[in-house]
Design a protein around this ligand. Structure first.
Ligand code: CA
Length: 237
């Protein structure tokens, strides 16, 4: 589907999960995506794999017997390794989430999760690595400098509000994939959807962003998928 995807099929993923059935199904599912997948059942096992081999991404369960996911993560970062880490956890409180991210996790997924979302997030993290952690994100003639927080379309600057930059960066990181309102609500607005829905706010923001990015006869990059969410991609995709 996405021919511009820079991710090589041979990206190496380490799945750390103590629950045997979950571990096996994650391994199988991620292998079907074309990735090379190793597994570890304990924190100690994970550490010995990570000390000895290069991985492109670690899918790391937080609750593990012995050394837990947080300790594995801290070990990895103390050794100066920047391997992206996607934490899996049954913990849902904001404090726990903050603790995970502050310890150096790159993303966070609460159990139970949809496998498709794990794949989407894994792709996004691998893409970040594949683009050298650089601060230029591109899709067709659209370019976003995430450091200068400046967007250009066909060489012309697009004036964006800070929130619009956040949304555009998110859409670009997940380009070619559907981004749900729930994802935006959680990751951009940092809100749990349980209290009040931000659907209308999000729709209005996207509408404004689209007008700026896709207006004036430029090709349509931001698409709406009814009942699902939004997707940023080149027209042909
Ligand atoms: Ca566990």
């Amino acid at each position: 589907m996405n021919t511009t995807n820079p991710i090589t099929p041979a990206s190496r993923i380490l799945v750390v999960e103590d629950e045997a059935k979950t571990r096996a199904s994650l391994q199988e599912g991620l292998q079907l995506e074309g990735w090379s997948v190793k597994t570890a059942a304990t924190g100690d096992e994970a550490i010995s794999v990570l000390d000895g081999e290069i991985c492109d991404l670690v899918v790391l369960d937080w609750m593990l017997p012995g050394r837990d996911g947080l300790e594995v993560l801290m070990h990895l970062r103390q050794r100066g390794k920047q391997t992206p880490v996607l934490m899996l956890t049954a913990r849902e409180s904001v404090d726990d989430r903050v603790a995970g991210l502050e310890s150096g996790a790159d993303d966070y997924l609460a159990k139970p999760f949809a496998f498709a979302e794990l794949v989407a997030r894994s792709r996004a993290l691998l893409r970040r690595v594949a683009t050298g952690g650089g601060h230029l994100l591109r899709c067709g003639d659209l370019q976003l400098d995430t450091k200068a927080r400046m967007a250009m379309r066909a060489g012309r600057q697009i004036p964006l509000t800070p929130r619009e930059v956040d949304i555009l960066e998110y859409l670009l990181r997940y380009q070619g994939q559907i981004v749900t309102r729930e994802m935006l609500e959680r990751d951009i607005w940092k809100q749990s959807s349980r209290f009040s829905s931000l659907d209308n706010v999000i729709d209005v923001q996207i509408m404004r962003l689209r007008r700026k990015v896709d207006g004036e006869g430029a090709g349509k990059l931001i698409q709406t998928h009814r009942g699902q969410g939004y997707r940023l991609a080149k027209e042909a995709e």
